[in-house]
Ligand binder design. Sequence first.
Ligand code: NAG
Length: 324
Amino acid sequence: MLITPARILWLFAFLVSAVSCASFTNPLKAKNGSDPHIVYTGGYYYLVTTTWTNIQVTRATTLGGLKTATPTTIWTDSTASRSGNFWAPELHWINDRWYLYYSAGTTACCDNQRSHVLQGTTDILGSWSYLGRLSAEWGIDSTILRMSDANYFVWSRFSPNGLQSLYIAKMTSPSVIGTPYLLSEPTLSWETVGGAVNEGPAAMYHGGKTYIAYSASYCWTESYQLGLLTWNGGDPLLQSSWAKTGPVFSSSNGNLGTGHNGFFVSPDGTEIWNVYHATTVSGGSCDGNRYTMAQKVNWNSDGTPNFGSAPSLSTVLQGPSGEP
Ligand SMILES: *[C@@H]1O[C@H](CO)[C@@H](O)[C@H](O)[C@H]1NC(C)=O
């Protein structure tokens, strides 16, 4: 066989495509990619983000496949008190079925936002029904913290000091919570840029440790960024059982206001990935001009998480371990 330049080029192209099949570039969702949350289950990634008008799920077998998959609208609601401003949807598997936690309020933004939950089936793209409102007060960005004794509801609401803070409550069912306790107030310099804010909590479990990442400072700034709470083994309801560090993940390489993250596990279960939003709009953004990014969480030699920095959008990343 004659080794022509054309054949060498063909062989090279073949090898490149063979090794890059599980790689991807960010963003995973270029517009309306705010407040992203991903679960991997049954061979698929399911991505949900804030779309304001409804709740949509995008599904794909690879992370890179989410970029071109068509979203499915799984929920709309004409009930006036929860008909608009659908924010921060999250999928959680509790007692053998899916639940979708989200914030919504009236179509006029944003003083009527409350945390709500939908009940699903075993199929995320199957049918959903409204289950309930978790709290009567203004509240947003709810998530579930799984501890050995119970599930805990963690969300953002106002503290008596008038600061948008993180709260925690023990759950007695997927739609009922006990007394809310103050978990974290925005008091440090990096939590108060443009406004004092703690929101977007996300739980992570690794090496016997339990963490809650959260977003700090105001979203219309480039200082919207992640902080971290590390559980010390005490009563999860007490602020003193959590040590605050941060910022742990901030604007970098042209990605501004990196925050409102979620965590998901790779298909083979060996890696934890961070999914978050960022914007190129100088001064930051709280609207649909935020895109979804994902990258692996690394671990320092002392066992603490290392979130690294948000790579430039041209960076080719290796996909999660175990992708087809
Ligand atoms: C995001 O979605 C909203 C509601 O559908 C739409 O009005 C807006 O134009 C979208 N934003 C971007 C940047 O595409």
